[in-house]
Design a protein around this ligand. Structure first.
Ligand SMILES: [Zn+2]
Length: 113
């Protein structure tokens, strides 16, 4: 599952930040996930508890903020809401599209003490 790799990368990143910032524990992490990032927040949440088990982040709360996917059609310049990775322009049916937002996959905030 793709999401498990993402969770592991997030844990590694947060653990190195904990070392850098000399944080004892991290209370909460906030992830920003775009709807077009290819990551399903529900899957991510599902594999998170197992992934953090026995790590410094075992008791860290995971919060996910989703960012709506918006795409622009290169052919007709239509801007529209896109829900999936493989989408077509609702206006002209074109497939040459660029994602304007929704590709985000990042750690937005780490709440530690
Ligand atoms: Zn179009």
């Amino acid at each position: 599952m793709h999401e498990l790799g993402v969770v592991k990368a997030v844990i590694q990143t947060v653990e190195s930040i904990m070392v850098q910032e000399k944080l004892e524990t991290v209370q909460k992490i906030v992830l920003e996930i775009g709807e077009l990032s290819g990551v399903v927040p529900a899957y991510l949440e599902a594999c998170y508890p197992a992934a953090v088990y026995n790590t410094a982040m075992e008791h860290t709360e995971l919060a996910i903020e989703t960012i709506p996917g918006m795409a622009r059609c290169i052919r007709c310049n239509e801007l529209f809401r896109a829900y999936e990775q493989d989408f077509i322009c609702p206006h002209c049916g074109g497939k040459d599209l660029e994602a304007v937002s929704g590709k985000e996959l990042m750690i937005k905030q780490i709440v530690g003490y």
